[in-house]
Design a protein around this ligand. Sequence first.
Ligand code: SAM
Length: 301
Amino acid sequence: MHPMPTSDPWADWVLHARDGGCRAQARRTRAEIATHAQRLLTLAELRPGLVLADVGCGEGLLSWQALAMTGGALHVELSDVSPRLLRRARAFARLQRCSAQCRFASADATDLAHLAEASVDVVALRAVLAYVDDKAAALREAWRVLRPGGRLALAEPVFQDAALAAAEWRRALQFGSARDPLLPLLLRWQAAQFPSDTAGIARSAICSHNERDLLRLVRRAGFGRVHLELHIDQRPAGPDAWDAFIERAPHPLAPNLRRILAERFDAAERARFVRALRPQVEAGTLEADDRIVYLVAHKPG
Ligand SMILES: C[S@@+](CC[C@H](N)C(=O)[O-])C[C@H]1O[C@@H](n2cnc3c(N)ncnc32)[C@H](O)[C@@H]1O
């Protein structure tokens, strides 16, 4: 059963398309997110007694990690644009008996009106700013709500390299066909996940920037003492069930492979593609390439 897309695409992706409905993959994703969150909160020098704003909180994974790291001695302001994910975060807080330390708000990262000026010690965004069109406005809001001496903490995926490579492939395919008939199909799959050309990439929230652009945006918003780490992890993806693999999309704005196969391949192409790719997916020999930028910056005290 494939859930129908709803009017809450963020929840659709986090709750289904990210892991393709596969429980084992969902467990792996959560373990990875916990590692990223731990790294980010450590860089941001999170400690007991602080106020943390978890902007674009989703189900609240970063907040639960922060509460665990501080023995529960933290006040957390969770906000998101997805009603379904916020509801899940609220329910999870009740389950963990930490509702008293949490406040929830439906808010866009560019308008944190529920937070007073200079009221927060750490503003954290994990895999959120990448999807915000007006990144400068989101950084201005982070600056406004932070106390002097407070920290902005980002852990964001970087998609620009993959998007530029896909646009290059698409262009190359227009000039003569490759000898291997499978190659154009593999490239069509990759290219379907990103804008079709460099102008589209420049306009897209998720691929318009690389880690140096983020650094410039953060400096322009007034932050100082910036520390940035770019982590690139290339490794075998590990064995996967084909039915879950085709349900998955690499980011919330991309179609999953099932849709790409249905809409962009004819029957013969689909059969050739599945014959070649499925054994690799099931054997775990496909390569995963994750690029994450960790950035911590200070509001001068
Ligand atoms: C990949 S999820 C990450 C969720 C969470 N930060 C985590 O670490 O698990 C992206 C989140 O960003 C939220 N989001 C997308 N655009 C947003 C915006 N403009 N303002 C606030 N949140 C946004 C989505 O609703 C979703 O919860």
